[in-house]
Ligand binder design. Structure first.
Ligand code: HEM
Length: 276
């Protein structure tokens, strides 16, 4: 067998486009499981007290210090709407991204899409209201970094909607994926925080005041890193994307996925399960 035949096969032992697809599908599968666990937590912890006591339902919840204020009906309404609609954002986001759902149940995809968009918008307006009118954990840096996420959600929701209404489906898909990344940033935050605490013992985190270099970095990293990875993925999907770019993408996504899996486990065991 001569080198001309053997060479390319040896130099390129596997298809890098397939590797990208495999890495992204694995990442998505694990992220979807993690979203499912957070959804179960939201349904179990917030729905029963709200169903029982309405606007007073979030009163006295230790892990939700900004959830209830006596006499502040508008703020309590914002908090209740925020956690109720969080279920649609966290549960609906991954479902919207499953190609089989889009293909086999297009009307369900449209209805869930509208609900998801509305829930994300109301949830972030409620979140913005709470963060600037009530004292929550952290300081001004935390307030600003999460507010940027709230504004990004509103902007990306508008762009996803405008493009689908104009029939620009490829653009719509890109903005909808960006919206998913920023609407799920609060999930990335919890998972990365607990994963980091497990691996480093909590370096850069002051748990008392909920401040510190890692908390600040994660404040912006919760949406900037997922958005950066998404843009890189878009690049890898282009015809002109080289094997090196794809290989570098896979080599970055795989360790991030392992870290995410550790974080999901840590958040489930250390944060969500104990509160149920
Ligand atoms: C749309 C995506 C969002 C989802 C799915 C979401 C979800 C949640 C959930 C489940 C909680 C309850 C806390 C917990 O048990 O983990 C919560 C609390 C809260 N969220 Fe969000 N959130 C989102 C966006 C935002 C944004 C953009 C802001 C601010 C700009 C925000 C501000 C808050 C505040 C202030 C609390 C109360 C924290 C406290 O009581 O100290 N959220 N959120």
């Amino acid at each position: 067998m001569n080198d001309a035949v053997l060479g390319p096969t040896l130099l390129r032992p596997f298809d890098t486009s397939r590797a990208v697809r495999l890495a992204v599908t694995t990442w998505f599968g694990i992220a979807a499981i993690g979203h499912g666990i957070f959804l179960a937590y939201i349904l179990a912890v917030f729905y029963p007290p709200i169903a029982q006591s309405g606007l007073h339902g979030l009163q006295g919840l230790e892990h939700l210090p900004a959830g209830f204020r006596e006499g502040d009906t508008l703020g309590n309404l914002a908090a209740v709407a925020h956690v109720l609609l969080a279920a649609i954002v966290i549960g609906g986001g991954p479902l919207q991204l499953v190609p089989a759902v889009r293909r086999h149940a297009p009307s369900f995809h449209r209805w869930l899409g509208r609900s998801y968009l509305l829930a994300a918008v109301i949830s972030s307006v409620g979140g913005l209201y709470m963060i600037w009118t009530r004292h929550s954990i952290g300081n001004l840096v935390n307030q600003i970094t999460i507010s940027i996420d709230g504004v990004l959600i509103l902007v990306f929701a508008f762009l996803a909607l405008r493009n689908v209404m104009a029939g620009r489906i490829a653009e719509h898909r890109r903005w909808a994926l960006r919206l998913f990344m920023v609407a799920s940033a609060v999930w990335f935050f919890r998972v990365a925080l607990m994963g980091w605490a497990t691996l480093t013992g909590g370096w850069g985190i002051d748990w008392e005041s909920f401040t510190g270099p890692f908390v600040y970095a994660l404040g912006v990293g919760q949406y900037l890193l997922p958005l950066a990875m998404l843009e890189w993925y878009f690049h890898c999907q282009k015809r002109e994307a080289g094997h090196r770019a794809k290989l570098a993408f896979v080599s970055t996504l795989v360790p991030l996925t392992v870290f995410m899996a550790i974080g999901i486990f840590a958040a489930t065991m250390g944060m969500w399960l104990p509160r149920i």
